[in-house]
Design a protein around this ligand. Structure first.
Ligand code: ADP
Ligand code: MG
Length: 344
C-alpha cells in the first residue's frame, strides 16, 4: 500500500509559512518589499492591534493584471525571475514567489489591484478558503495594489500562541518599516496604528531631506554625531553615516547595514565593523551606524535563507577588508578632535 501522499496546497503553504511568516512584522516586510519591487513611490501601511487584526498596505506601483492576480497568490509563482541566471543577478527583494501564498494560508487575504494599462479594470482576489481557492471580483482601485491581511494565524493557534504583547509585536513591525524607509529615501511611507498616524515620511530629494528622515528614524542624537562616509572604489562602494565613538550605545540597537539596498545581518560584515571600532570603543559599547554597501549583484548570494537577512559574498575577504579600512580611516580622521586630551 502506498504511504507517500502529496500534501494539500494549503498545508504545504502553511508549512512554508512557518519559514517566512513568523509574526505580523514578517508579513509587513514581505508586503512592503513587494510594493517597492513594484516601483511604488508611496506606500501606506495601516495596522490594527499590532497586525494581528489587520495589516493593510496600499501602494501606487505598477499593479497586477486581472489575468495574473490568481497566480500572484499561488506558491512558486513570481514575475521576478525566470531562470537560475536571473537569480544570480537578482535586483528585486522578492524572487521566491511564496510570500502571498504563505500569508494567504494563515490569514484572510484580499489583494486588490489595477495596472496602469489603458482600459484596465481593478480586480480583487481573496483567499481564505480551505484549499487556497481564490475568488475574483471586480473592484474599484487606482493604479497600484492594496493587500489586506486580516486575522493573522486565525487557523494556526500554535503560531498565535507564540506572539508577544501588542507593544512588542508593534515594535518589531515598526523596525521593519524603519529599515525599509532607510533603504529607500526616494519613496514616501505612511504608517498608522489603531487609527493614529505615527509616521508620514515624504520622499527625500537631497541630503538635508535624507538627514531629516534619518533623524526621525534613528534620533536626532545620531544625526548630530554622525560622520558621513562615502568611499567608491569602483567595484565596491560604502556610504552612509557612522556616529562618532562618543555616541556609542550600550546595546547594538542602532546598526543598519544594507547590501545593494537590502537590510542584512551578517557575521563577516559585523566583524569588519567591530574591528574598525575596536580601538576607539570601550569593551561592551556598540557603534551606531547606517551604512550602505553596493557591489555587483553577481558578487553576492542573497538566496541563503528565506528571510534573505543573510548573504554570502563571493569574495568575502576583499569585502571585509574594504569595510574595515574605510571605517578605520574615517574614524582615524575624526579621532583627534574627539578624543584629544590636553598635553599639559
Ligand atoms: P515574490 O515577491 O517572491 O515574487 P510574492 O508571493 O511576494 O512573491 O508575490 C507574487 C507575485 O505577485 C510577485 O512576483 C508580483 O508579480 C505580484 N505582486 C505581489 N505584490 C505586488 C504589488 N504590491 N504590486 C505589484 N505586484 C505584486
Ligand atoms: Mg514578495
Amino acid at each position: 500500500m502506498p504511504v507517500i501522499k502529496r500534501l494539500p496546497a494549503r498545508l504545504a503553504n502553511q508549512i512554508a509559512a512557518g519559514e517566512v511568516v513568523e509574526r505580523p512584522a514578517s508579513v509587513v516586510k514581505e508586503l512592503l518589499e513587494n510594493s517597492l519591487d513594484a516601483g511604488a513611490e508611496r506606500v501606506d501601511i495601516d495596522i490594527e492591534a499590532a497586525g494581528t487584526k489587520l495589516i493593510r498596505i496600499r501602494d501606487d506601483g505598477f499593479g497586477i493584471s486581472a489575468e495574473d492576480l490568481p497566480l500572484a497568490l499561488d506558491r512558486h509563482a513570481t514575475s521576478k525571475i525566470e531562470s537560475l541566471d536571473d537569480l544570480e543577478q537578482v535586483g528585486s527583494f522578492g524572487f521566491r514567489g511564496e510570500a502571498l501564498a504563505s500569508i494567504g494560508s494563515v490569514s484572510h487575504l484580499i489583494v486588490t489591484s489595477r495596472t496602469g494599462e489603458a482600459g484596465s479594470e481593478a480586480q480583487s482576489a481573496s483567499c481564505s478558503g480551505r484549499d487556497m481557492q481564490v475568488t475574483l471580483k471586480p473592484a474599484a482601485h487606482p493604479q497600484g495594489t492594496t493587500v489586506e491581511v486580516r486575522d493573522l494565524f486565525f487557523n494556526t493557534p500554535a503560531r498565535r500562541k507564540f506572539l508577544r504583547t501588542e507593544r512588542t509585536e508593534f515594535n518589531h513591525l515598526d523596525d521593519v518599516v524603519k529599515r525599509l524607509a532607510l533603504a529607500r529615501f526616494d519613496v514616501s511611507f505612511g504608517l498608522r496604528h489603531n487609527g493614529r498616524q505615527l509616521q508620514d515620511l515624504r520622499r527625500c530629494d537631497d541630503e538635508a531631506d535624507r538627514l531629516r528622515r534619518v533623524a526621525l528614524l534613528c534620533g536626532s542624537g545620531f544625526v548630530e554625531n554622525a560622520v558621513a562616509i562615502d568611499r567608491d572604489a569602483g567595484e565596491l562602494r560604502l556610504h552612509g553615516w557612522v556616529a562618532q565613538p562618543s555616541f556609542s550605545r550600550s546595546q547594538a540597537d542602532l546598526q543598519h547595514f544594507y547590501v545593494n539596498g537590502r537590510y542584512i545581518r551578517d557575521k563577516l560584515v559585523a566583524h569588519a565593523v567591530r574591528q574598525a571600532f575596536s580601538d576607539v570603543l570601550y569593551q561592551g559599547r556598540h557603534p551606531a551606524f547606517v551604512l550602505y554597501l553596493e557591489l555587483d549583484p553577481a558578487e553576492v548570494d542573497v538566496n541563503v535563507h528565506p528571510t534573505k537577512h543573510e548573504v554570502r559574498f563571493r569574495d568575502g575577504r576583499s569585502v571585509h577588508g574594504f569595510i574595515y579600512s574605510t571605517l578605520h580611516k574615517a574614524l582615524a580622521d575624526i579621532r583627534p578632535s574627539d578624543t584629544s586630551v590636553p598635553t599639559q
